[in-house]
Design a binder for this molecule. Structure first.
Ligand code: GDP
Length: 366
């Protein structure tokens, strides 16, 4: 399954955030924790549509879909030169599908900052520089070999790769991520096989003070990160990690009271989970009308039979059709009967691209 890796300089709140995530996850009854590595946290994907579907089509059980975060041990300046846990760290990032970079955006004289002052942009640049250097090394390893093969022969694959390397090299040298480039489909495959770190989708988490929770944009640090992210093709979420950890330990009633007093509608963690989920190209479909109302994860761009296979391989093998209702139709019309009467129950075939929010009943041969 796909996972988002949490990175950041020491003392910025990574472990605190990861604890908040695992505590929120520990509340989940359905997850087999024993099978999870210590540095992997599983969370439910908060989705209010699930409760609405359950209200319309009550089942014995409601099962949300889940999602994984990986905590990646500290990066320091010089990681690409093998300092600290440098190389191990970069290898761990290579294994993830998206990067969540935690940046300190809170003032607290008692918490030491590695460089002595809170300066989110300097922190971001320290980390991003390490990632860019690692990618440049990745290019250097191949460049002269591929150049030779491309120039001296008619090797089509080598020529295609050489063209991609030539396109990426100057961009990295200018201090920009691979992510900032546009590629066509053929180029994308080549880029993917080179496993660049700066090609991965990225999300910044501004770890703000509790006082800025209701309005992150009121924090000058958050603003600076947000401006930087916009130029970098990345998103930003503002949350107060320490407070999120406390919230994740509260019971439902205390949680609701606390959030109301803080002036927010939901924990920042929920926003982070949804943003990371989208960053990975993950989408949700639902099944209902049986013993359980359930949310499932699929990848954007999957067709109906493949999506059926997520539930069971038999569903994919024997796929006949997908009886589909869009969530907004069910929500608006209030019952399956009303959806049918309005002609909004669709029979979709093998080529159907499943959409986020589809409620599907798969028909299949056994
Ligand atoms: P890591 O090295 O990035 O994993 O950082 P930690 O999660 O261990 O946090 C470093 C210190 O900062 C700890 O003492 C945390 O309690 C504190 N901390 C983390 N997040 C916040 C926050 O949002 N506000 C404040 N005031 N302190 C925080």
């Amino acid at each position: 399954s796909l996972t988002a890796g949490i990175v950041g300089l020491p003392n910025v709140g990574k472990s605190t955030l990861f604890n908040a995530i695992t505590k929120a996850g520990a509340e989940m009854a359905n997850y087999p924790f024993a099978t999870i590595e210590p540095n992997v946290g599983v969370v439910e994907v908060p989705d209010s549509r699930l409760a609405r579907i359950q209200e319309i089509e009550p089942a014995d059980k409601v099962v949300p879909t889940t999602f994984e975060f990986t905590d990646i041990a500290g990066i320091v300046k010089g990681a690409s030169k093998g300092e600290g846990l440098g190389n191990k760290f970069l290898e761990n990032i290579r294994q993830t599908d998206a990067i969540i970079e935690v940046v300190r955006a809170f003032e607290d004289s008692e918490i030491t900052h590695v460089t002595g002052k809170v300066d989110p942009i300097a922190d971001i640049e320290t980390i991003n520089t390490e990632l860019i250097i690692a990618d440049m090394e990745q290019i250097d390893k191949r460049y002269s070999k591929i150049e030779k093969a491309a120039v001296n022969s008619k090797d089509k694959a080598a020529i295609a790769e050489y063209n991609v390397l030539k396109k990426i090299k100057p961009v990295l040298e200018a201090g920009k991520p691979v992510r900032s480039l546009q590629f066509d489909e053929e180029e994308k495959k080549i880029v993917h096989n080179l496993f660049f770190l700066t090609d991965k989708p990225m999300l910044y988490v501004a770890n703000i003070s509790e006082g800025d929770m209701a309005d992150p944009a009121s924090s000058q640090f958050y603003q600076a990160i947000s401006d930087y992210a916009a130029k970098d093709g990345a998103e930003v979420i503002g949350l107060a990690a320490k407070t999120e950890e406390e919230i994740s330990e509260m019971d439902q009633a205390d949680k609701a009271d606390f959030l109301e007093m803080a002036g927010v509608s939901e924990p920042g963690l929920n926003k982070l989970i949804r943003a990371a989920y989208h960053l990975l190209g993950l989408r949700t479909f639902f099944t209902a009308g049986g013993k359980e109302t359930r949310a499932w994860t699929f990848k954007s761009g999957m067709k109906a039979p493949q999506v059926a296979g997520i539930i069971h391989s038999d569903f994919e093998r024997g796929f006949i059709r997908a009886e589909t209702i869009s969530f907004p139709d069910l929500d608006k019309l209030g019952s399956v009967a009303a959806v049918k009467a309005a002609g909004k129950l669709r029979s979709e075939g093998k080529e159907y691209l499943v959409q986020d929010g589809d409620i599907i009943n798969f028909r299949f041969n056994v």
